[in-house]
Design a protein around this ligand. Structure first.
Ligand SMILES: N[C@@H](CCC(=O)N[C@@H](CS)C(=O)NCC(=O)O)C(=O)O
Length: 258
């Protein structure tokens, strides 16, 4: 292991981009500390560390790295074994392009669709945002979600036109995934790579596989149940479930050293 201090992951539990990095750390069995930050209240700290406000952020040997793809690249560089990048250069280029497609095209759409099923219900939204924190945070979100809602909608582009666009594109996202898979269980080559990790992690926003470490509170919003049901028949949906069952593995999270 290259670091003296374990890496510290600042993350949102519910987020698919954050799940990418958790999975990469777990895949490499890299002991790390996780610190969930409170959505909306995280900004000042994350901006101070990285000059922007998005998580995941990984603090590695004192350096704060933002962006799931950049973080995974750094993990791969420092600890190439077990690999997430294919050894073959052409396959590696293809795997990274698939990751980029899921990050740039699919992730915003599925995030939008997920939150579109919650945002009108303040109590349900507050439950998701506060999940895993104490009672005080629950009460805080219960009081502030109605006020923060406009900013939240703006931040992720949550409006009727964008939601309709994301809905229209959803089948196409599955078509493209299924074409890339063909008869194989893997997106690139004949083993698990960053392409599989990124595609499956990003689609958790809708697929919600049982191995996802932070299941969203029950009952799910009726809209999410319906959204998930609308893609359940897709081979790509089943592939996400199977990929999680076969490859997600256990957590390498450790409690912070005192
Ligand atoms: N391209 C970034 C996107 C990360 C991202 O969008 N994170 C969202 C949560 S899903 C976030 O932190 N939003 C809060 C904010 O924008 O302040 C990555 O791959 O990590």
């Amino acid at each position: 292991m290259s670091s003296a201090e374990p890496p510290r992951l600042l993350h949102f539990r519910v987020s698919h981009f954050n799940e990418k990095v958790r999975w990469a750390l777990d895949h490499k069995r890299w002991p790390h500390v996780r610190e969930a930050v409170r959505p909306g209240l995280h900004e000042r700290r994350i901006r101070r560390l990285t000059g922007q406000t998005k998580v995941p952020v990984l603090v590695l040997d004192g350096e704060a790295i933002a962006g799931s793809a950049r973080i995974i690249d750094e993990l791969e560089r420092r600890q190439p074994d077990p690999p997430l990048y294919p050894a073959d250069a052409a396959e590696r280029t293809r795997a990274l392009a698939i990751q980029q497609h899921f990050d740039d095209q699919v992730a915003p759409d599925v995030r939008l669709l997920f939150w579109s099923t919650y945002v009108a219900d303040s109590a349900a939204t507050a439950r998701v945002l506060a999940d895993g924190f104490g009672r005080g945070t629950g009460l805080l979100y219960r009081a502030t979600v109605p006020i923060l809602r406009a900013r939240f909608r703006k931040n992720i582009g949550l409006d009727a036109v964008n939601i309709a666009g994301a809905r229209d594109r959803l089948a196409g996202h599955f078509d493209r995934l299924e074409r890339a898979l063909g008869p194989s269980a893997f997106l690139v080559g004949d083993r698990f790579t960053v392409a599989d990790l990124a595609a499956a992690a990003i689609l958790t926003a809708i697929v919600r596989p049982p191995q996802f470490s932070y299941p969203i509170p029950e009952p799910w919003s009726p809209g999410l149940v319906e959204l998930r049901r609308s893609v359940e028949h897709r081979a790509g949906f089943r592939w996400v479930l199977e990929t999680y069952a076969r490859h997600r593995g256990g957590s390498a999270e450790i409690t912070p050293p005192r």
